[in-house]
Write a protein that binds this ligand. Structure first.
Ligand code: FES
Length: 165
């Protein structure tokens, strides 16, 4: 197995990096949120080895760490895809049919909101207003905003990204 990419090596690296990030904070339970936040920013999700490392560092049960992660929507345990599609369900977008965009993306990608495709290419999320209400309905792919979106545009964008690979 390749030394750089083997599963255990990736897990060990996540553990080491997490302990390093955590060590910036005193070993107090009050720092749990701050540490998790740093991990979320670094990886885009909270990997399992990191959850265990945080529990170990703060000397608290793993279930407590997991409970906080699942309670707050800004944390996720699911790695994002290369293309992170997010559909705005804020009021302006919703009244202009953004739920149709979401349904189309779900059926085209075969995943539900909050999930990532098995090939790690796409993840699908929803959001509340990106401040582009004048362009409603809106969806984003990574940092790019698509305004006045239609189901047809969603189809075209997904097809194009699939072709790009
Ligand atoms: S409600 Fe969608 S951008 Fe504001």
């Amino acid at each position: 197995m390749d030394g750089e990419n083997c599963e255990n090596c990736v897990a060990m690296r996540a553990r080491e990096e997490t302990l390093e990030m955590a060590s910036k904070y005193p070993k107090a339970k009050d720092n749990l949120m701050a540490i998790l936040n740093d991990i979320q920013v670094k990886y885009g999700y909270i990997p399992e080895p990191s959850q265990a490392a945080v529990a170990e560092y703060l000397d608290i049960p793993l279930a407590e760490v997991y409970g906080v992660i699942t309670f707050y929507s800004r944390f996720t345990t699911i790695p994002k895809g290369k293309y992170d599609i997010s559909v705005c369900l804020g009021t302006a977008c919703f009244v202009k049919g953004s739920s149709d965009l979401l349904e189309r993306a779900k059926s085209k990608l075969g995943i539900d909101e909050g999930q990532t495709t098995d090939d790690q290419m796409f993840s699908l999320e929803t959001m509340r207003c990106v401040g582009a209400c004048g362009l409603a309905p809106v969806f984003t792919v990574n940092d790019k905003v698509y305004g006045n979106a239609t189901v047809k545009l969603m189809d075209e964008v997904i097809d194009e990204l699939k072709n790009q690979g």
